[in-house]
Design a protein around this ligand. Sequence first.
Ligand code: URA
Length: 239
Amino acid sequence: MKLVKLIANLGYGSRKDVAWMFREGRITGADGEVLYADDKVEHAQIFIDGEPLDPPPGLVLMMHKPLGVTCSRKDPGRVVYDLLPPRYRIREPALSTVGRLDRDTSGLLLLTDDGALLHRIISPRANVAKVYEATLAEDLRGGEAALFASGTLLLESETTPLAPATLEVLGPRHARLTVTEGRYHQVRRMFAATGNHVETLRRVAIGALALGELAPGAWCALDAEEVERIFATMPASPA
Ligand code: URA
């Protein structure tokens, strides 16, 4: 692909804007030498105003979504795209969230411009584990793990029961729940079905990809090995 189109597609500006950036000498190689629009250069060897060019299509980002931020492009309030450089909002192909987290849920959120990968992650057939930690308004009663594992729990206004899910009790009002589906408000509705109420909810892992030490609001690009972790099983946590 021609450099002007490549850089414009990454959201740096229109093709006209990018052509001007070349003319102004703002687009350089690794050693600072000015590049021209018809040069043949590796992506990794292109710098704009001294900064490496954003990654090419096939991008997968992992973000620690903070509370109070919406997984939407259009919401009038704070949205996840506000946490990224403004050009990421207008990249082509478009960067989309892989599923959603509620506004009042924090934790691991993936974004990608790879449609096939996105569908592979959210497809119910892929059985990708989503791991949540919840704090609850009431003490756990003791029967929740068996109910969630049963594969018979029917959420209000739904016609098919939930797939089996795994509950680990971390404290009287603190639990880790692993689900493989992504139904609307699923975790909150599961605890509501047991007469409890979720006070805080954080997604800590998708497959074997863990949120780790990523601070709220921070994000990073994933490499191929990290992307494959999404489809691997999380090692069992120590008893
Ligand atoms: N389940 C919920 O209830 N909310 C989320 O954001 C994710 C899973």
